[in-house]
Ligand binder design. Structure first.
Ligand SMILES: Cc1ncc(COP(=O)(O)O)c(C=O)c1O
Length: 471
């Protein structure tokens, strides 16, 4: 029988081994060059976006282009077309200059492209991620029963928490949704929370109106008295309180809600207790800082994003819970086509996602290479950067508005002025990147240490940019 002749593989998609090696080498060198220039250049994008829109409009994808040219084109535009998180003068939102081990993890995950939905497809990655979640759970103070999974971001992990809370709150929620409750479900967090909670409420089908934004105490921390009163008022009005969310490291100011007091209220009121430690949860890595999270171990679940302060590539969030059976209840499904279906083990039966990338490898290689000590030192270094910025700005007449022991500083300029305009001037200068924020009702300049290699001269440049922009 003659061999059946198959069409050749599409070479543009699956080049020869030699061509891949050549392109890989070229790309590694080109990336190093681009990132070196980014480091020394402006933090803000400089690309003419009108011209870029024309370029895009002209691309009909009818004729293929050589990959090397496309890579050059892409690198060039990335070098000039984004806010540069790899620039050590980015003092911005919680987006890190990614650590190197996690970048290696991405290469490996991309090359093997394992499917982590099921333990039969990816026995090693699933076991590795599950071990890592237990290790992180132990480090946060949970018992051996802690379980969970990696998620694309803090928002997904927080959404998971709400679905678990609703599932635990009523045996018929799984079947009937919010209609199972005798009144409208409500949940509680502080007004300094990450406002994605509104989207989370919307997605979960209980409506944005279910979120109660509790007053803070004047220092950015949830006021337990106001919380208790809100729960009481809701019950009196026929609403059904289901979850309390404390934030450990608020987005705007790095403040930590009173975790013990919140745990006590959640216990008394029989609410699911979730700690949104998307950014601040990284503090478990540092012997010096982890005490700030005392009380987190009393939570039913926590969100910790490794892609924030632990500086892995995005997104590498974790949802950790001591109530694994609720997680399995909330996300179970049954099909004949999956290679395995073990409740409590297979990620597709215990999480929002089905197809799933090997996210946990990013944290595994970072933690493995640095150890808790190394990750802790990275955190402590950024706290030192912010302490130094604070000291210098205070000496220049600026006022600190928040009192975070983490790596976020909110400041007011020496003379009253439009803070948002001030921030715009800093950003437009390209010398440094800071954010505007509202803290306890006041507009502030938010400065956050997110880059692991920010140097003294980077701090000097930030200070100069702030001084030049102040009125
Ligand atoms: C406290 C907190 N929770 C949740 C989130 C959302 O996380 P993600 O952007 O990973 O979805 C953030 C993001 O900054 C955050 O600071």
């Amino acid at each position: 029988m003659p061999e059946p002749s198959l069409p050749a593989p599409v070479a543009a998609l699956f080049p020869s081994a030699a061509e891949r090696e050549r392109l890989d080498g070229w790309l590694s060198g080109a990336l190093l060059g681009a990132l070196g220039r980014v480091r020394a250049g402006p933090v803000t994008p400089t690309l003419d976006m009108a011209r870029f829109a024309e370029e895009l409009a002209a691309m009909d994808f009818d004729a293929p282009r050589p990959l090397e040219r496309l890579l050059e084109w892409t690198l060039e535009r990335m070098e000039h077309g984004i806010v540069q998180m790899t620039n050590p003068r980015y003092f911005g939102l919680f987006n890190p200059g990614a650590n190197f081990p996690s970048q290696c993890a991405d290469r490996i995950a991309s090359a093997f492209n394992p499917q982590l939905a099921s333990s039969a497809s990816s026995p090693v990655p699933v076991a590795l991620e599950s071990h890592l979640i237990r290790v992180v759970g132990r480090r946060a103070g949970f018992g051996a029963e802690a379980t969970g999974h990696f998620a694309t971001g803090g928002s997904e992990a927080n959404y998971t928490a709400l679905v678990c809370a609703l599932t635990a709150a009523h045996p018929r929620f799984a079947q009937e949704g919010a209609r199972a409750f005798p009144g409208p479900p409500a949940f509680y967090t502080s007004r300094e929370c990450h406002i994605a909670w509104l989207k989370v409420a919307h997605q979960a089908g209980i409506g944005r109106g279910a979120l109660r934004l509790i007053a803070t105490d004047g220092t950015g921390r949830m006021d337990p008295q106001a919380l208790a009163e809100a729960i009481c008022a809701d019950r009196a009005a026929g609403a059904v309180p289901i979850m309390l969310v404390a934030t450990a490291g608020t987005t705007g100011a790095g403040m930590i809600d009173p975790l013990e007091a919140c745990a006590e209220i959640a216990r008394r009121e029989a609410l699911w207790y979730h700690v949104d430690a998307a950014w601040g949860g990284a503090a478990i890595a540092s012997e010096r800082l982890r005490g700030l999270l005392a009380g987190i171990e009393r939570a039913d679940s926590v969100t910790i994003d490794a892609h924030k302060w632990l500086a892995t590539t995005m997104g590498c969030a974790m949802y950790v819970t001591v109530r694994g059976s609720i997680l399995s209840q909330a996300f179970h499904a049954s099909t004949s086509f999956m290679p395995s279906s073990f409740a409590g083990i297979d990620p597709y039966l215990n999480s929002v996602q089905w197809s799933r990338r090997f996210l946990g490898l990013r944290l595994f290689l970072s933690l493995g290479a640095a150890g808790w000590g190394g990750l802790g030192a990275h955190l402590e270094r950024s706290v030192a950067v912010i302490a130094h910025v604070r000291e210098r700005l205070t000496a220049l007449g600026w006022t600190a508005a928040n009192d975070s022991q983490l790596a976020v500083l909110d400041v007011l300029p020496p003379r009253p002025c439009d803070v948002r305009a001030l921030v715009r001037r800093v950003v437009e200068s390209g010398r440094a990147w800071v954010a505007p924020a509202t803290f306890e009702g006041r507009d502030v300049v938010r400065i956050c240490a997110t880059h692991g290699e920010t140097s003294q001269s980077d701090i000097e440049e930030l200070l100069a940019a702030l001084s030049a922009a102040a009125c």
